[in-house]
Design a protein around this ligand. Sequence first.
Ligand code: SF4
Length: 343
Amino acid sequence: MNGPLLKVQNLTKHYPLGSGLFKKTIPVIRAVEDVSFTVETGETFCIVGESGCGKSTIARLLMRLVEPTGGRVLIDGTDIAGLKKDALRAWRRRMQMVFQDPYSSLNPRLTAGQIITEPVENFECLGRRRHQALAADLLRKVGMSPEMMHRLPSELSGGQRQRLGIARALSLNPSLIIADEAVSALDVSVQAQILNLLLDLQQQMGIAFVFISHDLGVVEHIGHRVAVMYLGRIVELAPCEALFAKPIHPYTEALIAAAPVPDPTRLRLEAPVEGEVPSPVYPPSGCAFHPRCPLAVERCRIEVPPLVPMADGRVVACHVRAPATEISGNPALAGDRSILLAQ
Ligand code: SF4
């Protein structure tokens, strides 16, 4: 199949506040605004940003757990919005999810073996022998002993429960796994083990990941490309190495400056940005980051900055650091940001 595995085009999600029965206009939470990106087979595409920036809503939209207000999600060129019941079930085999809290995402009454094979049994009836062989194989794959298949989630450690969640996601042999804050609830040493496990599985099985996290250290370790989100919009999308070596958007710069640096020889950037993320119900005019941005100029209060392709392959939305007028002089880049969104 040519083209990207996953293509997200102008995805938008607004949640109305109240029914609006006696009001003419209903306020809406603008959770996701006009988000576009692609994910290739075997790629780890990361989405980062502060709480409330819309990254988890994107995960739910990709899984079609909620319907978008606008835009499209295509997997191998098929728009998932148009899929009816059976086609949707078949498509769900290809995309699986790993959740933040391994304990609450596992049925406490099922054994590890039953949890792993439950998704497969939704599609086909496994005999006892095949059930056990599949569970043992997947437990081995995620670094657990097959003997653990008889244990309940309450009898496992946090790291083992997250490994179990990954084994369950692998049971349908998916092409894409969406990991929403998948290691945030774990100790640092266990985090490292789970991240290395995901990297190994990706190499062995060619799985693509959409990895959602607020932790830039984790993203730097695992990601190929990263999208930085602020108040529902992507403000910078770049190859991981380029982004961490030289962030361009002031918000990306602030996020990296705020992240803990384990290496004392590594230079820290200037002081991180201050203030709270504004309300997504009444976002600031123009660039939503302008009330917190040290570089803001008058234009920032009026115009939403477009995502502008840069010469090094990233896209940035900033009137000061990536002015659209400069790039528009380049006929290869003018007008079509999708050129560089699809790496
Ligand atoms: Fe700051 Fe203006 Fe750039 Fe927004 S557009 S990040 S306010 S300089």
